[in-house]
Design a protein around this ligand. Structure first.
Ligand SMILES: *[C@@H]1O[C@H](CO)[C@@H](O)[C@H](O)[C@H]1NC(C)=O
Ligand SMILES: *[C@@H]1O[C@H](CO)[C@@H](O)[C@H](O)[C@H]1NC(C)=O
Length: 452
């Protein structure tokens, strides 16, 4: 074979390979921009939840500017279900405890796929994916229905679409589970972070049942993944809040979902963590449309932080009108702070966890950030050495949040909001009623006197 023929053959093969695998080649070029988290320690994590796929999402600029190595979706990654307009009266009533008609309705698979396509094409998110590893779990609205649990019929289809969105390979074992839970280990030995993403929907028992949240298979998985972990830091993402139980304090006005509604399951989660005797456990959560950090001192043998970031676009502040906003601010004054050590921050936000492996002892910083990426509170810095079984002694000057839960607060603290917002108006109205009644009686009393 002549040399020129050889060159031609070579070129033909290269071109054929190139055109057949152009997309694979692009994938390769793209993935080479991603940090190698097998060898590089994980130092910058960002996460968020609750994003409206149909509107502009300027917050990605701030997230990209933070240069996270890892992005975690914590749920409501799209709003899939449709919220109907409020109907107060009649057979189509969709608010209140005895409503015959639902307020939220699920959408078809086609519509859900389109909604994911919208989110996937958001320019800021496209940019993020080029340089950042992306993992995630879901919450109710991307699961398919507001506040839904294991009874939701569309869950298998929703799961397939969610895993497509997150880029889960077609042959991944994750696709064969009952739920989207997953665990990832990052970094070299001695500087390892293990990230657990829970599924709090697929197997969750009915509301108000004090039943299960994870389902037996997921419990076994969690226990096994914790026990066999050789990581120094363990980050556990749960779509709904774990440590704090706001609903207990704001009844009957508001309702938020939380592990607090499932005290038996929450105890099991704490016990599972404690039994593993692993250090550096930090919880992440979303769902509530504001950011906060809460802490539980008495559950796992050391202080357990729950970093909540919610409202990438859905901050409470922007979604309610001015009078309601003021009313909510006023209401917040009367809600006891049991577990909260930071917040609430109710504008759009994301949160970051940065790890300083060079510091001695290793330091972890928790931070909620606004739409511009600015800090919204003093950084919460934790020493990894203090997040270890048996290290419950608090550094001097730090306040213990106590072992008290919302459930076992004294009644006048627990129901303070209801007392102020129902009790006080009732008292004032009764007084006015009594006063008017007295006034109307007086001429009659006088006339009796006259007869005397
Ligand atoms: C998302 O934005 C669209 C367009 O502004 C709006 O109609 C829809 O109600 C929003 N969804 C949510 C869940 O806020
Ligand atoms: C955690 O586990 C240890 C050792 O098994 C036990 O002594 C301790 O009481 C547990 N702590 C909690 C809060 O359950």
């Amino acid at each position: 074979m002549a040399a020129s023929q050889l060159v031609k053959l070579f070129l033909t093969i290269v071109l054929a390979l190139y055109f057949n695998h152009a997309s694979a080649t692009l994938d390769f070029i793209k993935s080479s921009q991603l940090p190698n988290l097998d060898t590089e320690p994980l130092t910058r994590i960002a996460f968020g939840s609750c994003i409206n796929q149909t509107i502009q999402q300027p917050i990605w600029n701030a997230i990209n500017a933070y240069h996270p190595q890892l992005w975690i979706w914590l749920g409501d990654n799209i709003y899939a279900d449709t919220k109907r307009n409020m109907v107060l009266l009649g057979p189509k009533r969709n608010v209140g405890p005895w409503r015959p008609s639902p307020r939220f309705v699920p959408v078809s698979n086609e519509v859900m796929a389109k909604q994911y396509a919208l989110q996937n094409a958001q320019p800021g998110y496209v940019q993020l994916k080029q340089r950042t590893h992306v993992v995630g779990t879901w919450d109710d609205h991307d699961y398919g229905l507001n506040d839904a649990g294991k009874e939701f019929e569309g869950k298998a289809d929703s799961m397939r679409l969610m895993l497509d969105f997150i880029g889960e390979p077609k042959d991944s074992p994750r696709r064969k589970q009952d739920g989207v839970y997953a665990a990832y280990t990052y970094g070299p030995p001695g500087r390892r972070v293990k990230v657990f993403l829970l599924d709090t929907r697929y197997n969750r028992d009915a509301k108000w049942s004090d039943g299960d949240v994870l389902g037996e298979a997921q419990w076994q998985w969690l226990e096994h993944e914790l026990e066999t972990s050789d990581a120094q830091i363990h980050i556990i993402g749960s779509s709904v809040q774990v440590v704090t139980h706001l609903s207990e304090l704001v009844q009957p006005f508001f309702h938020t979902e939380a592990w607090g509604h499932y005290p038996t399951a929450r105890k099991r989660l704490y016990d599972t963590i404690n039994r593993s005797q692993k250090g550096g456990v930090i919880l992440l959560s979303g769902d509530v449309h504001f950011g906060e950090i809460s802490r539980e001192d008495c559950a796992i043998g050391y202080r357990l932080h729950d970093l909540t970031s919610s409202g990438l676009t859905q901050g409470v502040q922007k979604s309610v009108k001015a009078p309601t906003r003021w009313l909510m601010k006023l209401a917040a004054v009367f809600v006891p702070r049991i577990r909260r050590i930071v917040g609430p921050y109710s504008n759009r936000n994301f949160a970051t966890i940065s790890i300083d492996w060079e510091a001695d002892p290793v330091e972890i910083e928790l931070q909620i950030r606004d739409e511009d990426g600015d800090r919204v509170h003093k950084p919460v810095r934790l020493r990894l050495s203090s997040l270890q079984p048996g290290a419950n002694g608090l550094p001097l000057g730090e306040v213990r949040t106590g072992c008290l839960t919302e459930e076992n607060l004294v009644w006048h603290a627990k129901y303070r909001l209801a007392i102020v917002f129902i009790g006080v108006p009732v008292l004032v109205l009764s007084y006015i009623g009594w006063y008017l009644f007295r006034r109307s009686r007086r001429p009659w009393e006088l006339s009796i006197k006259k007869v005397d």
